[in-house]
Ligand binder design. Structure first.
Ligand code: GDP
Ligand code: MG
Length: 208
């Protein structure tokens, strides 16, 4: 029985390249959390990234929802791609909820997508509190800021200078995104994943 499951495990670790050669595929799990005030577009960004779809209706997230997406990163050493199973945690925007469940929600997170809505200035200022909430559980982890609803930039209440003021304090990059048009959504998630991998080089080469 043990031998059987060990073999299954081994099979899961190999794939074939375009020439059909067997090569090693390494897998890694990665939990990321989206934070930010209600209605900034967290659920929509996940929907765009995972399903490549957008819905105008605002369906308030009840509790938490976890989505999954597999990403592949080439390994510079040529030993086969690194597959990342990203679990993406969506949360209700209410602060009371965050205080109540933050241990469960943020535990084990490897990175944060901190989302604000360019049409509402308060959503940028509130990110400090959200990030402190995550850090109190996880310690310092990579953050990618997403200034969302960029398709509505004509109505923006702040611009890149204000965003930079906040992100600089965390030494973290930002992207302007639109869940509606899809602009920069994929690259925003991927850039976070890449930084998580880069900052933990010893662990990328093994399963977790
Ligand atoms: P959440 O509370 O942070 O999860 O926000 P939602 O994803 O539910 O989005 C709130 C509302 O904003 C919904 O009506 C969405 O359709 C809308 N929305 C989300 N992202 C965008 C965007 O990039 N552009 C525009 N124009 N609307 C968006
Ligand atoms: Mg939501």
């Amino acid at each position: 029985m043990i031998t059987f499951s060990a073999r299954l495990y081994a099979v899961a670790q190999v794939g074939a390249d375009t020439q059909g050669r067997i090569m090693d595929v390494r897998r890694m799990k990665m939990k990321v959390c989206l934070v930010g005030e209600a209605a900034v577009g967290k659920t929509s960004l996940i929907r765009r990234f995972v399903l490549d779809d957008f819905d105008d209706k605002y369906i308030q997230t009840l509790g938490t929802k976890v989505s999954k997406k597999e990403l592949a990163f080439p390994k510079p050493t040529g030993e086969g791609p690194l597959k990342v199973d990203m679990t993406i945690w969506d949360i209700m925007g209410q602060k009371g909820f965050r205080e109540l469940l933050k241990e469960a929600y943020f535990y084990g997170a490897k990175g944060i997508l901190a989302v604000c809505d360019v049409t509402r200035r308060t959503t940028l200022d509130d990110l400090d509190d959200w990030i402190e909430g995550v850090y109190s559980v996880t310690g310092k982890i990579p953050i990618q800021f997403l200034a969302n609803k960029w398709d509505l930039r004509d109505r923006a209440e702040f611009g890149e200078a204000e965003i930079q003021q906040v992100t600089r304090a965390y030494d973290s990059p930002f992207s302007v995104t639109s869940a509606k048009t899809g602009e920069n959504v994929e690259s925003g998630f991927e850039s976070l994943a890449a930084r998580i991998l880069k900052e933990r080089p010893a662990k990328t080469a093994q399963d977790e």
